[in-house]
Design a protein around this ligand. Structure first.
Ligand SMILES: Nc1nc2c(c(=O)[nH]1)N[C@H]1C(S)=C(S)[C@@H](COP(=O)(O)OP(=O)(O)OC[C@H]3O[C@@H](n4cnc5c(N)ncnc54)[C@H](O)[C@@H]3O)O[C@H]1N2
Ligand code: MOO
Length: 357
């Protein structure tokens, strides 16, 4: 039978020379909240007044038996198992380790895996949502262990799950690289379960349609907004061209940007149902493969996602000008991270996709 860990309670005055089993926190309201003594601290005579001042007349000293570990060690092992590319770990604190982004990029977190870990009793893995744009230092996940000491078994199970996931991701990677396989690169494949993908710097061609803008009846408001969104992700708009509501003119500009080697082409306005809305037709006629015209996210429902060869072409509806968070803001970072958007990515936006309108 496995020996239980020994948690022994001793009076503070009798604890000199013994080792503290857990962190002790001091709270002075409005002034300080933090660790007074760290787990593993060897208690000295001079510590006794401080311990009594935070209300500790008794403390636990820990004698760990085989097969059991302290919360900090377990949280570290869990963090280590899930930590992927471009992610840093903090020191454990009160049984918690935080994983933080090491770079500006796109967080990739496997949702099924997170569920599986949290099915294991006594372990906690709490994360942000996958596909969020993160800055260096931004928290991605926290691992925590609920009891102060935990058996080996749940921790080893989580490690086993992580290893199995990595193997699966590697196998998927191989499949993807085989001839004829669709290029997707949506998993954290090879990068770990919680990872940050770097953003590539794209050369973006911007085409602004609308006779009212072309003829100078109103001032362009799309340009500055799209430019700011593109630059915030480390890419650049190489040029902005203006066209009237005319399919041939829009098509000419698309071809011009393809000729210039643009990595992404954005066409603004003319995306809905008026007779003057020519953008979807122009993108089609330019030879694009349409992934979707219509995106189940509000705002941003009239967005078109298409490709000409490997170059993504997006038709951006009017709301991108007014709303800070639309389907464009979801898809753009993923394109910058090198992902190819497929139909399934678009349909997945509907659940939880109601943000306004
Ligand atoms: N009957 C329907 N009407 C609308 C629908 C629909 O499904 N059925 N969808 C609505 C949604 S959602 C959106 S979003 C817009 C889509 O707008 P468009 O992309 O077609 O935008 P435009 O009609 O070209 O322009 C709308 C508005 O914004 C002004 N505009 C356009 N470009 C610029 C620019 N570069 N700078 C400044 N202002 C610009 C334009 O003059 C119009 O006033 O459609 C809804 N309607
Ligand atoms: O497409 Mo509108 O694009 O939902 O506001």
């Amino acid at each position: 039978m496995k020996a239980e860990p020994m948690l022994r309670e001793v009076k503070v005055e009798e604890a000199v020379g013994l080792v503290l089993a857990h962190d002790l926190t001091q709270i002075i309201p409005g002034k300080f909240k933090g660790r007074l003594f760290r787990k593993g601290h060897s208690i000295k005579e001079s510590d006794i007044p401080a311990l009594l001042s935070i209300g500790k007349e008794h403390i636990y000293v820990l004698e760990l038996a085989g097969g059991y570990m302290h919360e900090d060690e377990a949280a570290l092992r869990l963090a280590h198992a899930v930590c992927g590319a471009n992610v840093q770990q903090t020191e454990p604190h009160e049984g918690k380790v935080t994983l933080k982004a090491a770079i500006h990029g796109l967080a990739k977190i496997d949702r099924t895996f997170v569920h599986a870990v949290n099915e294991i009793d006594q372990l906690v893995l709490s994360t942000i949502r996958s596909d969020t744009v993160v800055r260096p230092g931004q928290p991605l996940a926290g691992t925590r262990v609920i009891p102060l000491v935990i058996g080996e078994e749940p921790v080893a199970r989580a490690e086993g799950l992580a290893a199995a996931h990595k193997e699966l991701a590697a196998a998927q990677d191989k499949l993807r690289m085989s001839p004829g396989a669709a290029e997707r690169d949506h998993t954290t494949a090879g990068a770990g379960l919680i990872a940050v993908k770097p953003l590539r710097s794209l050369r973006v061609g911007l085409i602004t349609t609308g006779s009212e803008v072309f003829k100078g009846r109103i001032e362009d408001r799309f340009g500055p907004i799209v430019r700011a969104k593109v630059e915030a992700l480390g890419s650049q708009v190489i040029d902005q061209r203006f066209t009237p509501d005319d399919m041939d003119a829009i098509g000419d500009e698309i071809r011009r940007f393809l000729g210039l080697g643009a990595d992404l082409i954005l066409v603004t306005g003319g995306m809905s149902v008026d007779p003057d809305d020519r953008t979807p037709g122009a993108i089609r006629r330019a030879g694009a493969r349409i992934v979707s015209y219509g995106t189940p996210m509000l705002p941003g429902s009239m967005l078109m996602m298409a490709y000409i060869g490997n170059v993504p072409v997006m038709g951006l509806p009017g709301c991108v000008m007014h709303d800070p968070y639309t389907s464009f803001d979801v898809l753009l970072p993923r394109i910058c991270a090198g992902e190819t958007i497929v139909r399934e990515d678009i349909t997945a936006l509907g659940y939880g996709g109601l943000h306004g309108c």
